[in-house]
Design a binder for this molecule. Sequence first.
Ligand code: HEC
Ligand code: HEC
Ligand code: HEC
Ligand code: HEC
Ligand code: HEC
Ligand code: HEC
Ligand code: HEC
Ligand code: HEC
Ligand code: HEC
Length: 263
Amino acid sequence: MKICKLMMALFLFLVLIAFASRYSLAQENPCLMCHVSFKQPAKHVHAVLNMGCETCHAKVEGSEHPKQKKSIKLTQDMPALCYGCHKESKFKGETVHSPVASGMCTGCHDAHQSNFNHILKSASPDLCYMCHKKSNFTRKYVHMAIPAVGCGTCHAPHVSSNPALLPRPVNDLCLSCHAAKAKLPHVVALPGDKRHPIMGVKDPSTIKMINVPDPKRPERQIEVPDPDVPGKEMTCVSCHDPHSSDFRGILVQERICIKCHKF
Ligand code: HEC
Ligand code: HEC
Ligand code: HEC
Ligand code: HEC
Ligand code: HEC
Ligand code: HEC
Ligand code: HEC
Ligand code: HEC
Ligand code: HEC
């Protein structure tokens, strides 16, 4: 019994030492003498912070910090600083998010620590509303996917091989949640059990029309699609706004059919 208690005490002692040595590491950091906010770690701490502030900051030679302005600089410019440890190739791709392309990593991340997952400055969707107009996502009819899962299910934060930073092509993405209701070809039932085409056709509203001389009667002009602007494939977002809209069914306009047809 006594031995058991002794072992327990020894164990607790060792644990204490382990903690104390980590803690004193922070205490010895001369920067923390004044930058006291770093003494209270947030929920998520950038792992590199334990390696010391000088991993990323350096004193400017011949100047005194903090007496002089610009007495501390980053060891490398952004985003090269981050790419020193995070593979640059992961941030290159077909579609690159504009703030990533311009090296504004700290537009979304706190370089040191934060209370949000992944040292983010805020949680999605608020993170995204720092730069994207919230009113586009909060119109009368809101796509319930946004309050349910935020923006991250449909958009990669850095890069993607699909347009609009989507994780996969639009129709596949939508059907990943709506397969049951919107079996292809889709909901818009037509007379005679036919279904409205969604795939394999171009959305006419995205095709640019130009005037050219009629080959049969060259004195006359006719309207034809511009071969240099081929238009987009029909997808779910030809009719539905993926975020929110002022029209029932999150449709992009009232009387949706006349967006493309002159019935
Ligand atoms: C004696 C107190 C003190 C110590 C020690 C100190 N700082 Fe500072 N630091 C300050 C103050 C005060 C400011 C704000 C100065 C200002 O606003 O001009 C500051 C500002 C900064 C800034 C922002 C300044 C800028 O130019 O953008 C950085 C980065 C910084 N400190 C890093 C460090 C690092 C890294 C260390 C350790 C090597 C350190 N500091 C040590 C007091 C200190
Ligand atoms: C991973 C690299 C990295 C490490 C490690 C790091 N910093 Fe920074 N720090 C930055 C970057 C990048 C900025 C500029 C942030 C911006 O542009 O918004 C910055 C900005 C600052 C600022 C200016 C105010 C602010 O918070 O934006 C202070 C003060 C600061 N750092 C202090 C420290 C101290 C003290 C340590 C060590 C405990 C430290 N930093 C460790 C990268 C780092
Ligand atoms: C000296 C190396 C180093 C530098 C420089 C560095 N990081 Fe890190 N970073 C790390 C390490 C190590 C991890 C932890 C990796 C892991 O958990 O897999 C990490 C993790 C992260 C994470 C994930 C955090 C989490 O909680 O999962 C983000 C985001 C991040 N870094 C952003 C940045 C940004 C932005 C910069 C530039 C300002 C930067 N890093 C610079 C080493 C570095
Ligand atoms: C538009 C906001 C935004 C910008 C700008 C941004 N990030 Fe991120 N980053 C995120 C989000 C959101 C996550 C979390 C992804 C998740 O939860 O799966 C993340 C995750 C990370 C991670 C951890 C997971 C991973 O993918 O390895 C690292 C490291 C990281 N970012 C580094 C960077 C660097 C370096 C830059 C600048 C080149 C940068 N980020 C710019 C939003 C951003
Ligand atoms: C620091 C500012 C900033 C933040 C934060 C930010 N974005 Fe962006 N984003 C931009 C800019 C700038 C563009 C390019 C201009 C535009 O389309 O409005 C852009 C473009 C986009 C695009 C279109 C990309 C394309 O190539 O078509 C998507 C999708 C996007 N952002 C999603 C998000 C999501 C999701 C978040 C939150 C995780 C987010 N953004 C956070 C600045 C930001
Ligand atoms: C259900 C999936 C889905 C969700 C959730 C989602 N988006 Fe999108 N988003 C899309 C699709 C699909 C497009 C492409 C639209 C197109 O091609 O016309 C897009 C386009 C965009 C664009 C570029 C075009 C534009 O409308 O400006 C931005 C910016 C954007 N989204 C931001 C966000 C933000 C911020 C959130 C969270 C508040 C979010 N998205 C949530 C599917 C989604
Ligand atoms: C992460 C899952 C998810 C994804 C991906 C998703 N949705 Fe949704 N969607 C929902 C949820 C949840 C609802 C609300 C419940 C319902 O009606 O099934 C909803 C509802 C809808 C509605 C009915 C809205 C109304 O007000 O009547 C439409 C239309 C819709 N989504 C279209 C789309 C389109 C288009 C895409 C692809 C850009 C998409 N959804 C992708 C989850 C998702
Ligand atoms: C040609 C236009 C058009 C296209 C393309 C389209 N939809 Fe719809 N969708 C509609 C209309 C019209 C409604 C009925 C809206 C209302 O009045 O509420 C609807 C309703 C819906 C609903 C809600 C009705 C229900 O059954 O719960 C969902 C979910 C939906 N669409 C998903 C999709 C998905 C996923 C795609 C892509 C595969 C898609 N839609 C493509 C026109 C379209
Ligand atoms: C975004 C553009 C767009 C919208 C909106 C749209 N359509 Fe279409 N529609 C098309 C295209 C493209 C075709 C295929 C034309 C072709 O095959 O040349 C088509 C074909 C049709 C056909 C012929 C189908 C067949 O199999 O022959 C009917 C009928 C039709 N649409 C009805 C509607 C109705 C009803 C609505 C409103 C609910 C609607 N459309 C909304 C683009 C659209």
